[in-house]
Structures are given as C-alpha cells and as structure tokens.
Design a binder for this molecule. Structure first.
Ligand SMILES: Nc1nc2c(c(=O)[nH]1)N[C@H]1C(S)=C(S)[C@@H](COP(=O)(O)OP(=O)(O)OC[C@H]3O[C@@H](n4cnc5c(=O)[nH]c(N)nc54)[C@H](O)[C@@H]3O)O[C@H]1N2
Ligand SMILES: Nc1nc2c(c(=O)[nH]1)N[C@H]1C(S)=C(S)[C@@H](COP(=O)(O)OP(=O)(O)OC[C@H]3O[C@@H](n4cnc5c(=O)[nH]c(N)nc54)[C@H](O)[C@@H]3O)O[C@H]1N2
Ligand code: SF4
Ligand code: SF4
Ligand code: SF4
Ligand SMILES: [Mo]
Length: 889
C-alpha cells in the first residue's frame, strides 16, 4: 500500500491513506487529548471515523494556520501538523474552561474520581479555577435500578454513550433529548433507564469520560490498588475485562476497550456480576460429612479421605466403578488435568462434562465448529438464527448480529416460536410450532433445490451423501410442511430465496434445537441447509458456558481424548500412552449413564467438579436417588450447592478471579484468566486440588505448574498446537491503560468433513388433550445456569427470584386468568405453582418460563428423556396444563 508522508511536529513520518491525524499521532506515540473519540465507535461504512464533538483534539495545520479536529481530519501528502503549538494549547484550555463553566463543583465527591478524563485533561493543561461566569447544569433524573446512576449535570455532550448504545450494542435506549444548552443524552421522554430498552450492559458507563454515568451501588469510591485483565466467567462469549481491586476485593469490572473482538462491550453479567466471588456463602474449608453434618477438616485430611475411598473402590470393584464429571466453568488446564486424572490415576474413561450433555458438541455431528464466528458475523450478508436467543444468552453475539443488520444492512432470518429481541431486526421471522424445525428446515432445502438455487458443482464437492439426501427430499410435500410447522409456503419460499442470494451466510443455532425432541434431526437438517450454500456458509452452535468448548477440546468426554481424538482408536491411544503411560481402551459412560450406573450399583464412586447436577438436571428425584446410591461422592465447588449437600467430602474451589488459566470461547478464542484476588479461606484452584489428589493416590502427575500442563496440551492437542499458547503468558496481553489492540489467539479448526443427512418422515408435533399447552423454557438475561453464581451477585440477584410463566393474552382470557395470579402448571412428571404473566406475543397454546435461577421449580415438570443418539436430556419443552389456583375453591 502507498504511504503518505506527513510532517508531524517537525518530523517526517509515514501514514496510510484513510488515516486520520489522530491515528497517525497514535502510531507515532504522540498523545493528543480527546474526550469524544473511541476506537470502536466507528460505524462501519461511515464516511468519518469520529464525530469531532468535543473539539479537544484540535491541531494546527502549519501551512495554513487552520485549526482542525485530529479525529475527523484525514492525512494528506505533504501536510504539516503541529499537535502542541502554543495556539493549540491555548485553544484547548479555552475549550476545557468552557466545559468546566457549566460543570458542577463536584469533583471531591464524584464517583469518577481520578478516572475522570475531563479532570485529567484539565490538569494536563493546567486549567484550575476559571474566571468565566459559572452556569452549572442541573439534572433531575432518578433511576431506581441497581446498576447505573446518571448525573447529567456532569455531561459534556460527547455523545459517546449514545453512540455506544446505538452503534455498538445496538439497543438504542438513549439519544439526545431536547436541543441547545439543555440537550441531554436521555431515554425517550427522559424516563428512568429501567423503563427503556436499556439492558444495563454498562458499555456507556465505561465510555463516559466524566461522572455523568457511573455505577449505582458502588463497592468502593476512590482509586483502586490494582487492575487485572481477565475473562468473563459467564457465557461462552469470552469477553475480556479488567477487574479493579482494592483491599483484596474486586470493586469494579470494566471492558477492555482495546479488544478488537468485543470492541469494549460487555453485558450486564460481565459488568455487574463479578461479586459472587465475595459471597459470604463461599466455601472456605474442606468439609467431611460425619453422620449427616458437615465438619471442616484440613486439606491433608480431606484429600486422604478421598484418596482412600477411591483406592478402595478401585481395588474392590475395578476402575470402571468410578466416574468423574468435569466442568464447562473450569479452565482448559483444569479440564485437561481432570481427564488425565480419570484416565490414568483412576483408570477409567468414565468422564464427561455438562456442555456435551446440554449443548451437544457440534463435533458430535462431524461438524468442526468454525473459529472466528464473531469476525465472520461482521462480514456476513445474511444471518440465520435458529432456536437461539443470543441477545439474552450470549449478548456479545447479539450485538454483532444487530450491528450487521443496522450498520451493514445484512439480512436476518430468525426461526423461533417466540418473539425474541432479534425478531425486531429480522427481515424474515419463521415461527414454527415448537419441535417442528426439522420439517421447516428441510422445506427450505427443498425450495432451494427445486428452484435451482444451489450451485451444484460446489455442493457436490462439499460433502458425501448428497444424492441420498436429494432423493429423500423428493417425497417432501411443502403443503404438508406448512401443515406440520404452521409456517406458510410463501414465507418458506421467501426465506429460501433470501438465503440463496447470500454470499457470506452465517448460521447460529442454540438450545431451541439442541434440547428439543428430535433435536438431532433438526440440527442435521440445518447442517444440510448450510452445505447447500456450497461451502460459503459458516455454522456454529451458540449455546454454552465460559469454557464449554474448551472442556470438550480437552477431552473431558467419555469417548474422545483431548483434541476430539477417539478413545477407541488404538493408534491414537498409543500416541497418548507415550506421555501418560497406561490408558483404558473402552469408551466410558456419559453422565446420564453414570447416574443410571449408580442407581443400578455399577458406579460406586463419583467426583463432581463445578456442576450443580441436582439443580440443573431434569428429574431431580432421579439424580438424588442415583447420587444417594453411591458409596462415595466428592463435590468440588464454590458453594454448598444442592449437589454438594449429598457429598461425603466437599472440596472448596477457587473462582475465576482467584486463579490462572485459559478459557476457549464459543468462537475459538483462547482467553486468559488472571488472578485478581486471593481465594477465600483455604480454598484452592481446581487444578491444584486435582494435582494433590493424584499425588495422594500414589500417581503424582508430572507438572511443576500450569505452564507444564499447557506445554503438554500444545503438544498433544492439534487445535492448540503452535498458538504460542504454552509459551507466552503475554499473548493477548495489553497494558492496563494501553491503547494497542489485544491480539486474539484462535484455536485451530478441526479437520472434519460434514456430510448430508437424508431427511426423515414428517411428524406432526405431539398433541395431548390432557396437556394442551407447550411450555418452553429459556434463559433470562440477568441469571445464569442454576443461578449458583448470578443469584449471589448482589445486583443481579435482585431479579427474577420467583418462578413465573408467560401466557398469551387470549389463552389467559379463555382460562379467566389475570397477570400476577398464581397458577398451577401440571405436567405428566409433576406440578408446580408459579406466577402468571401476560404476554402479547406468544403464540396460542405456547407458554414460556424463564429457567434460571428457578430451575428447581421449573425442572420438576420434566422427566429424564434423552435424545436417543446424543444422550442429551430434552429440557426445552414439556406438555402441560394450566389451572387457576382459585378455580377449584
Ligand atoms: N442469560 C443467560 N445466558 C446464558 C445462560 C443462562 O442461563 N442465562 N446459559 C448459557 C448456557 S449453559 C447455554 S447452553 C446457552 C443457551 O443459549 P440459547 O440456546 O440461546 O438459549 P435458550 O434460552 O435455551 O433459548 C433458545 C431459544 O430457542 C427457542 N425455542 C424453543 N423451542 C424451540 C423450537 O422448537 N424451535 C425453535 N426454532 N426455537 C425454539 C426459545 O424460544 C429461545 O428463544 O446460554 C448460555 N447463556
Ligand atoms: N429444564 C431445563 N433444564 C436445564 C436447562 C433448560 O434450558 N431447561 N438448561 C440446561 C443447561 S444448557 C445447563 S448448562 C445447565 C446449567 O446447570 P449447571 O450445570 O448446574 O450450571 P450452573 O448453575 O451455572 O453452575 C454449576 C456449578 O459450577 C460452580 N462453579 C462455577 N465456577 C467454578 C469453578 O471455577 N470451579 C468449581 N469447582 N466450580 C465452579 C458453581 O458454583 C455451580 O455450583 O442446566 C440445564 N438444565
Ligand atoms: S447500559 Fe447499555 S443498553 Fe443501557 S443505555 Fe448504556 S449502552 Fe445502552
Ligand atoms: S453522559 Fe457521558 S458519555 Fe454521554 S454524552 Fe454525556 S459525557 Fe458523554
Ligand atoms: S456476553 Fe457473555 S462473556 Fe460477555 S460479558 Fe456477557 S456473560 Fe460475559
Ligand atoms: Mo448449557
């Protein structure tokens, strides 16, 4: 690329075409003050990378004497710029003085404190008490939410918050309200945030240069002692954040504004959900159950009890009577150690983790979930979202989808029976009856083929099985698809045509497919559709916990060794044996099979790490009975969960902010966890506990520390080879205040060849006059999983504490129900009492219940029904009937 020569402060430097003066200065290490500029606030396609609203970045053109804003002026050949000439400095002082003239005298008590950029720049320029007449702004907003407090008298109208809300997270909760001196960034009608579209993602707060937007319910005022860059522990988005620490406590979480993938955004959980770490309910000492009550013991004692029990079970009943359940919330290193512990210390492949169970690893379909999906979303011209609610479950992905639609006019197709937030952004909303996706997606495929909308040559190259698939489609009748799914043929055609036109389609699917009855068939129908794009489409499962993908990569699976290498393959085993020694040959049990084995007496001892089985699993009675049948159960967790209460020994684990390691995000980024605070009491990182246990079982694992574990992973797991993952703690590291972009490290993609799956016979959804309603369950934004963590985060914990069910207005009217009334939901498996809420948008006959943190209630409606192939429990929908509590009185 041609370079442009510019004289910057008397020195000739080279810039790129399209660079602004500010960017050039940045490249040269010249710092120009700015208040409204932000790297990622650049709407793609916009003519100008900034808005020049604050004007503090003015510089002088030495040839013409013109003053211009550096953030909006592009460099031109031969330009001579002075960034700190006396005129520039004088003018910057005046601008700051004017801002201060309408700013309240609140610095001493302002929560922004030393982080206020207005104050920093004023100090740099030596602007103190000013001679101008003061006209302080006033503001009367009252927000009642526990997350964000606004004092717009401190607003300098830089518009960063508005742009963040509209261009980055695309909620559009705030905009300029009024004009002139009284203009304010506010919600429509200046109402409170909680009455707006605001999701409390905190992105605007992190960007606000002054104290106009700050956190409500502060943990600490003043300067913090340390700032640590780490990764959010909740969903698989893998957002980077800084934890600010004071007196051994985390007092604030802020996004990493230099991260090129997250673009400095977080969601409400990342911004305000960290403080479960300091919950007084954290486990602080190992506990041993003595006659029904837990007694604290030393680590030596606890480890000795566990080791002795495992040894004796192994001697008496053999290795395969032991089982381990690993965790999508633990790091790659911990999962790697845990499966090695199971395989080489206990001697069994009975090891599994919840992400395979609930989400289904895409690899199970012969689908190498592609890396860089978030990046691909930024380039997509069509996005198909099936059975996933990303604005709730992985908000980072939701932002990327909305940006693609709003800023680049990508087309969005949503397939969901519920009106999710993304439906407002969709060109086309397909609303199938729950559980009929396989038929609908096959209908789309049929249209593509029938209308010649596929590139035959490319398609035939994509994967084997195409001929059989095409034959199976011949018998599919679109009118019958319409009957079964409730989606009309013209709408199916419209969606198929939109899809066919796309050059860069991205397909996201979630638990609406994974966890439904016939989910396997539906996911396969989606894979067929992806392949009909002839290699142009990316397809990715969206669900998942922080390290769900990593846990599977690390081989916390009964049938796969690390790197999805099959246990049953002798050659594969041989390569691992060189490192590990002995290695059991037969694939182990999935967690459901472990539980069934426990109930039937074949599994005697179990080690559960970071999973609340009793809370998260459908059919708690079965789980309780199974775990109760064990001779020995050890649970390693942060809290004394329902599951931990059933254990003989409970081991206290360190939380994400108390340990080192890596998480692999759903799109394949390998992100670092760094220790910000000490674990409470005597609790220890999971990896250290596993190493201690192995040593006590006389099979010490040969690692000095985590680095050795990473070196072995990098050697044995192809997807992690050559990433610099083992060597460089510094990879993806940026200085706390640095502006340089963090470099994401992506795990490599697996080499797999997906193939076409022939479609199966159409089946109408089951109907049962005794249970006429279909209840769907799903996530709520403020909570996660069973709520073990989110419900203990002070601010998140205030929401959704009561189980509720949403019901369509007309259905409610028919039953004579009012919103707020208690109702009984009755399913074949059991009944629960919940509060009814009225919904204007649910389809007739469909109910919706948020799943967390009230899973213990909602879960009672489910029996343990497994997908026959993937052994995934079906937890997404259940047939129920609704009864008014008052109706039989
Ligand atoms: N806030 C929050 N986020 C989370 C979690 C959480 O607990 N809370 N958990 C994390 C975990 S572990 C996971 S696995 C993921 C889950 O992430 P998602 O898969 O996005 O989440 P679900 O809430 O299960 O929602 C799935 C969507 O499927 C729709 N659906 C239900 N039935 C059908 C159907 O038959 N067909 C179609 N097409 N759609 C259907 C529902 O209406 C819902 O919109 O979220 C992760 N993120
Ligand atoms: N009916 C119905 N049931 C469902 C679902 C549904 O949609 N409907 N969704 C299912 C899904 S997708 C999932 S993922 C599950 C979620 O259910 P669970 O798998 O039980 O998930 P969580 O509640 O997130 O937390 C698991 C445990 O991990 C612990 N933990 C967190 N971090 C660490 C750590 O670093 N170390 C250790 N040792 N422990 C840690 C927490 O304290 C918590 O007790 O529920 C499933 N159940
Ligand atoms: S918290 Fe997020 S959604 Fe709410 S106003 Fe700020 S940027 Fe918008
Ligand atoms: S509230 Fe903060 S971010 Fe928003 S315009 Fe005012 S100063 Fe800028
Ligand atoms: S999107 Fe996921 S990873 Fe990002 S802040 Fe929210 S919960 Fe954390
Ligand atoms: Mo999950």
């Amino acid at each position: 690329m041609q370079s442009i020569t510019v004289t910057l402060n008397g020195r000739e430097v080279q810039g790129r075409p399209g660079m602004t003066i500010l960017e050039l200065a940045e490249q040269e290490g010249v710092r120009i003050p700015r208040l409204c500029y932000e790297r990622h606030l650049t709407a793609p396609g916009a003519a100008c990378p900034s808005v020049g609203a604050c004007r503090i970045c003015i510089v002088e053109n030495e040839q013409t004497g013109a003053l211009m804003t550096a953030c909006t002026t592009f460099i031109t050949p031969g330009m001579a710029v002075s960034t700190h000439s006396p005129r520039v400095i004088e003018r910057r002082r005046t601008i700051i003085e004017l801002m201060l003239a309408s700013h309240p005298d609140a610095c001493l008590v302002c929560d922004k404190g030393n982080r206020c950029q207005l104050r920093q720049i004023a100090a740099e320029l030596g602007v103190g008490l000013i001679g101008l007449q003061r006209i302080p702004q006033t503001a009367f907003l009252k927000d009642a939410n526990p997350f964000i407090k606004r004092d717009l008298s401190k607003c300098i109208l830089c518009a960063k918050c508005i742009r963040a809300c509209q261009e980055l997270v695309v909620e559009g909760a705030i905009d300029y309200f009024r004009r002139g001196f009284v203009a304010k960034p506010a919600t429509f009608g200046e109402g409170p945030l909680e009455a707006s579209e605001c999701t409390f993602c905190g992105t605007c707060v992190a960007l606000c240069p002054t104290g106009a937007l700050v956190e409500a319910e502060l943990d600490y005022r003043g300067s913090v002692a340390a700032t640590v860059r780490t990764t959010c522990p909740y969903c698989g988005g893998g957002c980077s954040l800084y934890l600010e620490v004071k007196d051994g406590r985390i007092v604030r979480a802020v996004p990493d504004r230099s991260d090129p993938v997250t673009k400095g955004t977080l969601c409400v959980r990342g911004s305000f959900g960290y403080d479960f770490v300091h919950s007084p309910e954290r486990l602080t000492r190992p506990l041993v159950n003595v006659n029904g009550s837990f007694e604290p013991v030393s680590w030596e004692k606890a480890i000795a009890v566990v080791a002795a029990a495992f040894k004796s079970i192994k001697e008496r009943y053999g290795s395969d009577s032991l089982a381990v359940y690993g965790s999508a919330r633990c790091t790659n290193e911990e999962n790697y150690l845990l499966q090695r512990f199971a395989r080489t210390v206990l001697g069994t492949n009975n090891i599994d983790n919840g992400s395979r169970l609930y989400g289904g690893a895409p690899e199970a379909y012969g689908l190498g979930a592609p890396s860089r999906v978030l990046r691909r979303l930024e380039e997509a011209d069509l996005i198909l979202v099936v059975g996933a609610d990303p604005t709730t479950s992985v908000p980072l992905t939701g932002y990327a989808v909305k940006r693609a639609v709003r800023c680049r006019e990508a087309k969005l197709i949503v397939v969901d029976p519920r009106e999710t937030r993304l439906v407002f952004f969709a060109e086309c909303w397909l609303r199938p009856r729950p559980g009929t996706d396989a038929a609908l997606l096959s209908g789309l495929a049929k249209v593509l083929i029938e209308e010649g909308l596929v590139d035959w040559e490319a398609v035939e190259k994509t994967g084997p099985g195409f001929a059989a698939f095409k034959d199976s489609l011949a018998a599919l009748d679109l009118r019958r698809v319409e009957e079964v799914t409730g989606v009309s043929v013209p709408v199916i055609r419209q969606a198929a045509e939109l899809y066919a036109k796309a050059q860069h389609p991205v397909i996201l699917y979630g638990n609406g497919l994974n966890q439904q009855a016939r989910g396997t068939e539906a996911v396969r129908a989606l894979i067929n559709l992806a392949q009909l794009a002839g290699g142009r489409a990316a397809i990715c499962a969206l669900q998942r916990d922080a390290n769900a993908r990593g846990a599977c990569d690390m081989g916390t699976l009964p049938d796969f060794l690390p790197g999805f290498l099959p246990v049953a393959d002798q050659q594969v085993r041989r390569s691992f044996r060189d490192y590990w020694g002995r290695l059991p040959a037969t694939p182990g049990r999935t967690v459901v099979e472990m539980l069934q084995g426990a109930r039937e007496g074949q599994i005697k001892g179990m080690y559960i790490v970071g999973e609340n089985l009793l809370g998260g699993f459908p059919d708690a009675a079965f789980v309780r009975e199974a775990l109760g049948s064990l001779d020995f159960l050890v649970v390693q967790d942060l809290f004394l969960t329902e599951t931990a209460r059933l254990a003989k020994v409970v081991l206290p684990a360190a939380a994400f902010a108390e340990k080192e390691g890596t998480f692999t995000s759903f799109d394949g980024r390998v992100n670092w966890l760094r220790q910000a605070v000490a674990p409470p009491g005597e609790s220890l990182p999971d990896w250290e506990i596993i190493l201690r246990l192995a040593a006590a079982m006389d099979c010490p694992l040969p690692y000095e520390g985590l680095r050795g574990v990473r070196e072995e992973i990098a050697r044995l797991v192809p997807a992690y080879r050559g990433l610099g993952f083992a060597e460089a703690e510094a990879v993806s590291e940026v200085a706390a205040t640095g502006e340089s972009a963090a470099v994401p490290v992506y795990r490599k993609q697996l080499e797999v060849t997906p193939h076409f799956w022939p479609i199966q016979e159409l089946q109408p959804p089951d109907s049962d006059p005794v249970y006429p309603f279909t209840l769907l369950v799903g996530s709520t934004l403020f909570h996660f999983g069973t709520g073990a963590r989110s419900a203990r985060a002070r601010r998140l914990g205030k929401f959704y504490r009561e189980a509720a069910v949403f019901i369509r207005e007309t259905d409610a009217a028919r039953l004579g129900l009012h919103g707020g009334e208690k109702v009984r939901l009755i399913a074949a498996a059991g009944e629960v009492t919940v509060t009814a809420k009225i919904s204007a948008t649910l389809p007739e006959g469909v109910l919706f219940a948020p799943f967390s943190p009230v899973q213990d209630t909602v879960g009672r409606l489910f029996t343990l029904e497994l997908d026959p192939e993937r052994k995934t429990p079906l937890t997404k929908m259940v047939k129920v009937r609704v009864e008014r509590i008052g109706s039989d009185e």
